[in-house]
Design a protein around this ligand. Structure first.
Ligand code: R5P
Length: 284
């Protein structure tokens, strides 16, 4: 890491905090899934969560339409795509954003999916190397996302292979799934690993998953649906943060979640009450 250029290191340090940890909020789903549940109105979903995220992972379309330009939260910009959920084989991705536009958007990092063992493995890996070369030219770190094809297993042997390849090809940090033997995946990867959230789980299970990944060496999470599809997204992101940055247990984090959820709910109903009585008064 010490051999990296100052600008690249500085950008990375905005994402991965001084404790070596990060809570990234993934909201890039639409690039191949379209209007994902919870992100139909992206601006409305992102706005209250942004102050709690160490970094946001959007597409450039979502940055420009749905994120305030005055935010201090660093952006990890999704720059691969070209596929859609309608494809049989999702691995047919190319680069979708030039490094010039990434610089224009003042992003802290760029993110690309790699599909190891899939029909387009070579192309996605060469896209990664191209991006790393350009990232070094401009001082922008690259996050490699180990996308898993529909037919691939998510075991430690496979994920360790993907993460190591990503790091060998120059990725500055890697996003991968949790699995049994996750510590092996972390130990054999020389760059930080953030855990991908995956499909929505009950809150307690998502917190347990976060704890398992952190206690086995993950540098944090890059979580989407388990936060923005939660009953209380603002409470959930703070509970996840408590595990990632304060090492609290899943049980304690769940208590934090429940407490914040209740407080936010009563605040909302008070605001509703005030609005209703104002309307009532204005009628008289
Ligand atoms: C994965 O390839 C994309 O970045 C996803 O949109 C993102 O990882 C999804 O996050 P989650 O699985 O936590 O909803």
């Amino acid at each position: 890491m010490s051999t990296l250029d100052w600008g690249l290191k500085n950008r990375l340090s905005r994402i991965i905090k001084t404790d070596g940890r990060t809570v990234m909020l993934a909201v890039d789903h639409g690039y191949f899934l379209g209007p994902t549940s919870g992100l139909e109105d992206a601006e409305k979903t992102i706005k209250p969560l942004l102050p709690y995220a160490d970094a946001l992972m959007p597409t450039r379309g979502i940055i420009r339409t749905s994120v305030s330009s005055s935010t201090e939260t660093p952006m990890v910009l999704r720059v691969s795509g070209g596929n859609s959920i309608l494809d049989e084989d999702l691995s047919n991705e190319g680069l979708t954003v030039s490094m010039e536009d990434a610089v224009r958007l003042n992003v802290a990092a760029v993110a690309i999916s790699i599909y190891v063992g899939s029909p387009n493995q070579k192309e996605t890996l060469l896209n990664l190397t191209k991006l790393v070369d350009e990232g070094h030219r401009y001082g922008i770190p690259v996050l490699a996302v180990t996308a898993v094809g529909k037919s691939m297993g998510r075991d430690a042997r496979y994920l360790a292979l993907c993460c190591r390849i990503a790091a060998e090809l120059g990725a500055h940090f890697v996003k991968t799934y949790y699995c049994d033997g996750f510590e092996k995946v972390v130990k054999t990867c020389p760059v930080p690993i953030v855990m991908a959230g995956g499909k929505k789980l009950p809150e307690m299970e998502a917190l347990e998953l976060t704890y398992s990944a952190i206690s086995r060496g993950a540098a944090g999470v890059d979580m989407g649906r388990n936060i923005f599809q939660s009953d209380s997204p603002v409470a959930m992101i703070q509970a996840v943060k408590a595990i990632v940055h304060d090492n609290v247990t899943p049980k304690k984090a769940y208590e934090i979640y429940k407490g914040l959820k209740a407080r936010l709910k009563s605040k909302k109903s008070k605001v509703k009450g005030v609005t209703a009585s104002r309307k009532e008064l204005s009628r008289h």
